[in-house]
Design a protein around this ligand. Structure first.
Ligand SMILES: NC(=O)c1ccc[n+]([C@@H]2O[C@H](COP(=O)([O-])OP(=O)(O)OC[C@H]3O[C@@H](n4cnc5c(N)ncnc54)[C@H](OP(=O)(O)O)[C@@H]3O)[C@@H](O)[C@H]2O)c1
Length: 262
């Protein structure tokens, strides 16, 4: 599959690198308005198209990786040229219906909501699509994108919630990681060592839950011995409303995503 990427910013470049593992760099072309980023794409081994129409001609699938405010303008320009090619958009808050309004319901549209972890091929990506795309085309698209991370079929009405739960949550997790590492510094470790310890503990805990199953609560009871040290920390988190704070944080993020959409 030949892929054309419009916009080589944070996400466009992350997808280009991840997708090159499934289709090869030689099958990826980039179109970008910033000369600095065009230069970067070339340095990183991707062909750069001189205009949008050349990009479309060279591609079976076009990935729109521009800011939400720029999506409509790009779609207006390419709506005639796109024909039966697959359009994939990762723009936050831009739903399939509003893209169909510009290009028509007969165009094959896939909407994705990724997170930054695509950079290391471990993204968490929501996917929805319209009726114009065939089962075979969809399956080919999903197989191609599976190198970018885990794909979840999500109804569009849950995209804002997904954005909060998986799109924004790396920032919440980085805050938690930083807080734990700083706690390690307070206890006497260097930040660098504390950060490594925290990252190992977090990825080990995630793997344990994944491999051995069971609910997080069951595992909490397994690491807290009666009257022991761990329960002391868990009790403090509960007293301060830790879970409530995290739940409200996701809720507020989701509300903001809905408000932005207007
Ligand atoms: N960043 C995330 O974690 C994240 C997560 C989920 C979804 N997304 C979505 O991913 C999309 C891209 O976000 P980003 O953070 O990668 O943005 P970004 O870094 O600003 O990248 C967008 C790039 O597209 C360029 N561009 C603008 N209009 C263009 C056009 N007509 N043709 C070609 N290139 C054009 C921009 O150039 P200029 O800078 O010169 O305008 C910029 O280099 C957004 O829609 C966002 O909602 C991002």
């Amino acid at each position: 599959m030949r892929i054309g990427i419009v916009g080589y910013g944070n996400m466009g470049s992350a997808f280009a690198k991840a997708l090159s593992r499934s289709v090869g760099k030689e099958n990826i072309t980039v179109f970008e308005i910033s000369s600095e980023k065009r230069e970067k794409a070339l340095e990183e081994g991707f062909a750069v198209a001189r205009d949008l129409f050349f990009l479309i001609e060279e591609s079976d699938l076009i990935l729109l990786a521009v800011k939400p405010k720029d999506v409509k303008g790009v779609l207006e320009k390419i709506k005639e040229a796109v024909q039966d090619k697959i359009l994939v958009s990762i723009a936050a808050g831009v739903d399939i219906g509003s893209m169909e309004e510009v290009v028509g319901k007969d165009k094959k549209i896939v909407r994705m909501m990724p997170n930054i972890n695509v950079l290391v091929g471990r993204g968490t990506i929501a996917v929805a699509w319209n009726e114009a795309i065939s089962e075979q085309e969809l399956s080919r698209t999903l197989t191609t994108f599976s190198v970018c991370g885990s794909l979840y079929e999500v109804p569009e009405e849950l995209f804002d919630s997904f954005t909060a739960l998986a799109g924004s949550s790396p920032a919440f997790i980085f805050s938690f990681v930083d807080a734990l590492a700083m706690a390690g510094v307070k206890e006497g470790f260097s930040y660098e060592v504390a950060l490594r310890i925290v990252l190992d503990t977090i990825s080990g805990s995630a793997q344990l839950l994944r491999d051995l199953g069971g609910s997080p609560n069951e595992w909490i009871t397994k690491v807290t011995s009666p009257g022991g040290t761990t329960v002391e920390g868990v009790a403090y988190l509960e007293r301060k409303g830790f879970k409530g704070i995290v739940m409200r944080c996701v809720e507020k993020t989701s509300e903001k995503a809905k408000r932005l959409k207007g």
